[in-house]
Design a protein around this ligand. Structure first.
Ligand code: FER
Length: 307
């Protein structure tokens, strides 16, 4: 597949998060050979437009004089890998064990790990700012490592697209459902019910969130895919009975940048949902495959959650 070859070669010799930044930068490049959008090309339909105005400047910058949440390390025994695995957990400002909170599971991209949403996108800063403005419901946000492998370190760039690495992202479905969610519900004062549980992610994590969220509506009622990658299952597979899915969902949210070479995946699912009358949010922004899109979409999505 041409695009995969392009992305795999574009990441070059760099490793880890740096590799994916390079991948993202290559997609945003002015050089058509590097843009990743030159072929097969992006065709925008008339309804591929923004659903929300951009957040105000500074929405993802640390604001002084407001209460901040904590990002703590969490570890759990995985029945899938047989290892102890790590996740980051955001506890909102004013967190108290005497309250109960809804939980949002937030998944990283193919070259990220449990630190990508915090370190690269500044998810905790975005949520602190929204909470200070009273724009979101206080929630716990769980940021796991989405590659369920015994060695779940970010691999060297040349291994990013190997079947073994991609399998780790698929296997995370069982790790999440059978190990992580029960461990979180055991350790924190959660509202452990589908109506108070959300799942979203960026790129590879967007595909995971759509696959796992729509595949397990007994566990999740709020589902979001940002710039979702081609690991996203087809609409016919994700929603074989669209009306049945629609009845159970509180929110289905899709977003992508209009300069993102992966937009075809989200467009295809959006069109399937539209054809079958499944209510959803479809937000197309001005970006490529970059953190700005994920920061903005985390803000838009979070404001809608648990209402
Ligand atoms: C692909 C292109 C991109 C793919 C995954 C990605 C599974 C993921 C990109 C990211 O997470 O940033 O063909 O196939």
């Amino acid at each position: 597949m041409k695009r995969r070859f392009f992305l795999a070669s574009a990441v070059g010799a760099l490793a880890g998060e740096a590799a994916v930044r390079t991948l993202h930068a290559a997609q945003a490049s002015d050089d058509p050979e590097l843009r990743g959008t030159a072929k097969p090309g992006i065709a925008l339909a008339t309804d591929d437009v923004a659903a929300f105005p951009a957040p105000p400047a500074g929405f993802d910058d640390e604001r002084s004089g407001i209460a901040r949440g904590d990002v703590v390390e969490f570890s759990y025994a995985s029945a899938v890998t047989g290892t102890r695995r790590k996740a980051r957990v955001y506890l909102p400002p004013g967190y108290s064990g005497k309250q109960r909170y809804p939980v949002h599971y937030l998944l990283h991209g193919i070259g990220g790990n449990q630190d990508e949403w915090r370190g690269y996108v500044r998810a905790n800063v975005i949520l602190d700012n929204l909470l200070a403005d009273g724009a979101v419901v206080p929630m716990i946000v769980v940021m796991p490592n989405g590659r369920a492998l015994a060695d779940d370190r970010v691999p060297p760039a040349e291994k990013t697209f190997t079947p073994e690495h991609l399998a780790g992202f698929a296997q995370f479905e069982r790790d999440l459902l059978e190990s992580l969610i029960p461990a979180i519900d055991g350790a924190y004062p959660t509202m452990a019910e589908r109506g108070k549980r959300a799942i979203a992610g960026l790129s590879m994590g967007g595909g995971q969130a759509l696959n796992f969220g729509l595949g397990h509506l007994d566990t999740f009622a709020w589902v979001g895919g940002f710039s979702s990658a081609p690991n996203t299952r087809a609409g016919t597979e994700l929603l074989p009975d669209p009306a049945a899915v629609a009845r159970r969902l509180q929110l289905l949210y899709l977003s992508c940048g209009k300069k993102d070479g992966l937009i075809g995946t989200s467009q295809g699912l959006h069109r399937y949902l539209r054809q079958h009358g499944v209510r959803h949010v479809w937000h197309v922004d001005e970006f490529a495959h970059v953190r700005e899109s994920w920061a903005e979409n985390l803000a838009h999505f979070s404001k809608l959650l648990f209402r």
